[in-house]
Ligand binder design. Structure first.
Ligand code: NAG
Length: 651
């Protein structure tokens, strides 16, 4: 079995169509027969076929050939009957694509099916009858039915033979469609008186190997006189009909005349086409010659028809002519959009020009009616690119961002250029998957707290939460706080499913040691690599009255001369308080009123300066002890003693 392999590898602008390969096989091969070693011919590894889930994409003929990925070969899947597949069309071929994913690409494969001689020529009728006048002239022509052979080229009908050949010879006219019209021509006058019935056999043979043939019997009854045959006004008539015309439409009218009189000039019209199809589409009114449409005319199936017409008079003389009917296309087919392959999801970091969908367009109409342009929705980061004829790829043409749009509905509309134009559209939905391209962020630049140093252990302070636009593991994961000397971090589950972030006082604060604390709150996500965001927490520690005034000495000693004048400044005591404001504002007072001390001494409430306000007399008392109390405004106090020794003067 001869197998031809033609291989073209071409790199096109869009990398998805990589090449094409063509095979030729005869029809009728058994199931499982090898069509071609596709992996080798396309230069693909078997691995790539398996990993790319290589498969056949075919519009309507995918039942015939299958792809064996493991062996990298194309096999016959079902017996191919060329006649069923292509009728008389040559060459007869299957067209399909091999589609691969990851990355998406496709190859075009053509399998040409060659004919084998599996059909014999056949005649529609096994017998035809002629009534021919004995006056028929030498050269009188009688149209015979031609044989049909479903095979093509050499396997179709090649020649005819008529036997016996005493009175008639065969004449073949080649037709423009490649078929032959068969006529029998009178060679030797008939003589009814000698032979009233003549029986002939017409044999059609094809040129196949082995040769096949079919026969038809021709019975001739020889009649008396009728010496004029009908004559058509034209040998070839032409007509035009638009497809989808209604049944009953008169396509053409043919006329023949006959110079005889009476029944010898009564003309009957008929269609003599052998091909079954044509007689089911047209009918001729046998009396008036109107050719009427009785079937469906579809430009997409057949663009013209050749109708062979016969005019016969009752005397059996005939003439033949041809009617050629051209079919005109109307725009009756919408473009068809076929998704060859598509991705439903794509990562937001996909490269530019990543192929997400491959589309094939077909419009059965021809000319402008079949010329198709495709467009897609605006304002999406995708572009529709035309690759080879009627193939489009949808590719990314700018950056994707899941945080901006996580889903796209892309509508592709294809319109033909007919009037009016017909169009179809499909909507493709594409999900964008997340990558970790956003760090957690805090809205505030800083968080500020004022916390009293009296705040108790366990006090809670709600912190601002971070936001991360990514989702899933790329979203916000956890927090940490630094330093952790005074505060611990606590996360609480919120009713809305989120977390509440709190800082909990663990070790009491002491304003007197530190007035300001700065902490850093860090939020991290779970992505790879991990991203983070921070915010500063400024804590101002507010004072509490936790310190009492303290005298610099617990006992002050001083001496004083008797008879010192009133108003004498004696000593100044000082108590300090580490607190601030009123908590640290100290006032002094004398707390013991014995021996008339209140009449003799006075202390300045705020300066702590002690002055003499009465007369001291050595002879009355040699010592005075003052108890001094220092008190802050929060109520804490300390006390000290001042001991004055009175010195004597000579009074
Ligand atoms: C896409 O279409 C689907 C179905 O009509 C709809 O539910 C969805 O909201 C659409 N998405 C966008 C981004 O328009």
């Amino acid at each position: 079995m001869a197998r031809q392999v033609l291989l073209f590898i071409s790199l096109l602008a869009v990398g998805s169509v990589l090449g094409q390969v063509s095979y030729t096989i005869p029809e009728e091969m058994t199931k499982g027969s090898l069509v071609g070693n596709i992996a080798q011919d396309l230069g693909l590894q078997i691995k790539r076929l398996t990993s790319g889930k290589a498969r056949i994409y075919a519009r309507d003929t995918d039942q015939y050939v299958e792809l064996n990925r493991e062996r990298g070969v194309l096999l016959v899947k079902e017996r191919i009957d060329r006649e069923a597949l292509c009728k008389q069309t040559t060459p007869c071929a299957l067209h399909f694509q091999i589609i691969l994913e990851n990355p998406m690409e496709f190859y075009t494969v053509t399998v040409q099916i060659t004919d084998i001689n599996d059909n014999a020529p056949t005649f529609k009728k096994t017998k035809i009858i002629f009534k021919i006048s004995e006056t028929a002239l030498i050269g009188a022509k009688f149209v015979l039915e031609r044989a049909v052979d479903l095979d093509v080229e050499m396997n179709s009908v090649q020649s005819y033979e008529l036997k016996p050949s005493d009175n008639f010879a065969l004449k073949l006219h080649s037709n423009s469609d490649g078929n032959k019209n068969v006529e029998m021509v009178l060679q030797k006058p008939l003589d009814r008186e000698k032979q009233e019935q003549i029986s002939l056999v017409l044999t059609a043979v094809d040129g196949g190997e082995p040769q096949m043939s079919g026969t038809m019997q021709i019975l001739i009854t020889v009649l008396d006189a009728n010496d004029n045959a009908p004559v058509f006004t034209q040998q070839t008539y032409k007509a035009t009909v638009t497809e989808n015309s209604l049944k009953g439409t008169i396509v053409a009218t043919v006329t023949a005349s006959d110079a005889d009189q009476g029944s010898n000039s009564k003309i009957t019209y008929s269609i003599t086409n052998a091909a079954d199809d044509d007689t089911r589409i047209f009918e001729i009114n046998e009396e008036n010659g109107n050719v009427v449409l009785i079937g469906i005319i579809d430009y997409e199936k057949s663009r013209n028809y050749q109708i062979n017409l016969l005019a016969s008079d009752d005397g059996g003389l005939t003439d033949s002519c041809k009617l050629i009917v051209d079919v005109q296309d109307v725009n009756d087919n919408k473009p068809e959009i076929n998704i060859m392959s598509k991705s439903a999801v794509i990562s937001e970091d996909a490269n530019l020009n990543t192929v997400v969908t491959m589309i094939n367009i077909e419009d059965k109409d021809s000319g402008e009616n079949g010329k198709v342009q495709c467009f897609m929705s605006d304002n999406v980061p995708f572009e529709l690119r035309a690759s080879s004829n009627n193939f489009y790829t949808l590719v990314t043409d700018s950056d994707l961002d899941r945080e901006r749009a996580s889903e796209y509905n892309i509508t592709v509309t294809c319109s033909d250029e007919g009037v009016p134009s017909l169009s179809s559209s499909v909507t493709l939905t594409l999900q964008i998957t997340d990558i970790n391209d956003n760090a957690p962020i805090f809205k505030m630049k800083d968080m500020v707290f004022e916390i009293s140093e009296s705040a108790v252990k366990g006090s809670k302070f709600i912190l601002e939460k971070a936001l991360d636009s990514d989702v899933g593991i790329n979203g916000l994961k956890s927090y940490s706080l630094n330093p952790t000397d005074n505060f611990a971090l606590k996360l609480n589950d919120n009713t809305d499913g989120g977390k509440e972030v709190e800082m909990v006082l663990e070790k009491p604060l002491d304003r007197e040691k530190e007035e300001q604390l700065t902490l850093t709150l860090t939020a991290v996500d779970g992505g790879e690599p991990q991203l983070s965001g921070t915010v500063q927490i400024h804590v101002t520690i507010l004072d509490a009255n936790d310190n009492a005034p303290v005298f610099t000495q617990s006992t002050y000693k001083s001496s004083l001369m008797e008879n010192s004048p009133r108003g004498t400044q004696l000593i100044t005591v000082t108590a300090t308080d580490k607190d601030e404001g009123t908590n640290g504002f100290v006032t002094y007072s004398i707390s013991n009123n014995i021996d008339g001390i209140f009449d003799l001494f006075e202390i300045h409430e705020t300066s702590g300066e002690v002055r003499l306000i009465g007369n001291v007399d050595y002879e009355t008392s040699k010592h005075y002890q003052l108890n001094i109390k220092a008190k802050d405004q929060g109520g804490l106090s300390d006390s000290c003693k001042i001991i004055f020794d009175i010195t004597d003067v000579n009074d």
